[in-house]
Design a protein around this ligand. Structure first.
Ligand code: AMP
Length: 193
């Protein structure tokens, strides 16, 4: 089983690249942001709880996020593996994911991190607002808060995978195809190892 964490700040291109990689490697794409948004649309209790945090660009509490992620994984017992997009975003989530996978005799294969500078991220997110329809993309102060939250709470998660020699950074600026090629080269190296 191959389990890939596609990592990077908001606007780095995780969703776009996940859609390509899942086809290439036959993986299931789990985006916690997408799942929360589907819950908000479906007016579930989880959606209502998550919305208050998402509207401000804050993280949804770990307890809610971890149990939601675990139940999503459990929906795909036959999966070849997963691309985790937007998860883990805290050290507690990384610990929980490891324990959860270990309980199933699995592990994270690697973390691939898309590296994009902050000015480019802000530009991309504000541009994306017109097509994503996401309120958290349209408001520059919320966009900046999401990036600050990423730097403060999420970026340290990379060290967790670095210490296991599972982390690779990839330049996230260029054409979609160029970035896919870089990601696949890193992922293939982990698969062949
Ligand atoms: P994204 O679609 O990944 O940009 O996520 C949008 C929003 O969903 C984030 O700003 C958070 O409020 C929430 N969110 C998504 N994934 C997580 C996570 N792993 N932990 C906590 N909050 C999350």
């Amino acid at each position: 089983m191959r389990n890939v964490v596609l990592f990077g700040p908001p606007g780095a291109g995780k969703g776009t690249q996940s859609e390509i990689l899942l086809q290439r490697y036959g993986l299931i794409h789990l985006s916690t942001g997408d799942i929360f948004r589907a819950n908000i649309k479906g007016q579930t209790e989880l959606g209502q709880q998550a919305k208050a945090f998402m509207d401000k660009g804050e993280l949804v509490p770990d307890s809610l996020t971890i149990s939601m992620l675990e139940s999503e994984v459990a929906k795909h017992p036959q999966a070849n593996g997963f691309i985790f997009d937007g998860f883990p975003r805290t050290s507690a989530q990384a610990d929980a994911l490891d324990a959860f996978l270990q309980g199933k005799g699995n592990a994270i294969t690697c973390m691939l991190a898309l590296e994009v500078n902050e000015d480019e991220l802000i530009k991309r997110l504000l541009n994306r607002a017109s097509t994503s329809g996401r309120a958290d993309d349209a408001d520059e102060s919320i966009v900046r808060n999401r990036i600050a939250v990423y730097n403060r709470e999420t970026a340290p998660v990379a060290d967790y995978y670095r210490s296991q020699n599972k982390y690779r950074g990839v330049q996230g600026v260029g054409s979609v195809e160029e970035i896919t090629t870089r990601l696949c080269a890193e992922l293939d190296a982990f698969i062949e190892a």
